[in-house]
Write a protein that binds this ligand. Structure first.
Ligand code: SF4
Length: 324
């Protein structure tokens, strides 16, 4: 993995307006992503982990351009996407996505060959039919799919095979970055490890950079180099994987790890067990958004917003207990 930064996400916000209860009531918003910043190093896997509704998938979809950010900048190889206007597509094709539900993301009326070839036609690469056919067969082989199945339809494949089709399609136009949005969550455990191993093999072979989004701390631990923990639209901790799993600093990360004893065993007191639900992102708590569930909260937590500070060796934590 090089130390070169390939992608910078700067203070990205993504708010969705919710319908007003009264005609002249002021608008209210779901703050799905609320000021997220990080740099992605070429060749690394950055895991993004958090409970359902924390904004991790919305963040992935905003980075790839499926959603427009409400605020903030995305800089790819030194180029700010917001400066490009309509020319964004030439650069955005370097960033592709693999979705959670491979069946829902594949057109049931298209054959596997057509599904994998579709991005080649849209982006006008491999212009002739024979070039495209060769490329599709190559992609099927590197993703572990039998090329004789090229004329089959998605319903004729298992869940794991369908995710391999999704990966082949994402790879078709030689992206540099792949956003893996819960790519194994819908699969059986034995198939999960096959897909994770395939992603790791492809990363080495094709020098890919991954953003790996998951709610599963064990899967994220297995594949990631660094891990960002999200809570209610914000990153609360970001660090190298080993530092984060062996010495988590944020009370939320500690509580999450406590929920997987095989990794977090022996390190924490019972009072770190996470209780209650994630608050509504329409009306998030004031101050530190984690304070209603935090076992270490002090009075200042209910009115002061913590900053993401570097504790050293690029271990970032957002908690006022670490400020001054
Ligand atoms: Fe807990 Fe306060 Fe730190 Fe938030 S700022 S994580 S509430 S101690």
């Amino acid at each position: 993995m090089s130390q070169r930064t390939i992608l910078e996400v700067i203070d990205i916000k993504k708010y969705f307006e919710v319908s007003r209860k009264k005609l002249f009531a002021p608008p209210s918003y779901v703050k799905a992503v609320d000021g997220v910043s990080f740099s992605l190093r070429e060749g690394e896997t950055l895991g993004i982990v958090g409970e359902s509704g924390c904004g991790k998938s919305t963040l992935g979809r905003t980075i790839i351009g499926l959603l427009n950010p409400t605020e903030g900048r995305i800089i790819y190889q030194g180029i700010d996407f917001s400066d490009l206007g309509k020319n964004q597509n030439d650069f955005r094709r370097d960033i592709q996505i693999i979705f959670q539900d491979p069946y829902a993301s594949l057109n049931p009326r298209m054959t596997v060959g057509d599904i994998i070839a579709e991005p080649l036609i849209i982006h006008k690469v491999y212009n002739t039919k024979i070039e495209r056919l060769k490329r599709v067969i190559e992609l099927m082989e590197i993703c572990g799919l039998n090329k004789n199945y090229i004329h089959r339809y998605p319903h004729e494949f298992s869940g794991g095979q369908r995710q391999r089709i999704g990966i082949a399609r994402a790879l078709s136009i030689n992206p540099k970055i792949i956003i893996c949005d819960e790519p194994v969550s819908a699969l059986d455990v034995s198939i999960q490890s096959q897909i994770i191993n395939l992603l790791k093999k492809l990363q080495r072979k094709l020098e890919l950079t991954y953003i790996f989004i998951s709610h599963d701390l064990s899967v994220v631990h297995h594949i990631s180099d660094r891990v960002a923990v999200m809570y209610l639209g914000k990153i609360v901790e970001l660090s190298d994987k080993n530092a984060l799993y062996n010495s988590p600093q944020h009370p939320y990360t500690q509580a999450l790890l406590k929920s997987i004893p095989e990794i977090g065993s022996g390190g924490f007191d019972d009072d770190t067990i996470l209780e209650g639900d994630v608050p509504s992102p329409v009306d998030p708590p004031r101050g530190c958004v984690f304070h209603p569930r935090c076992s270490k909260a002090i009075p200042a937590c209910s009115h002061r917003i913590p900053k993401l500070i570097n504790l050293g060796e690029n271990h970032y934590v957002s908690c006022i207990l670490f400020e001054d």
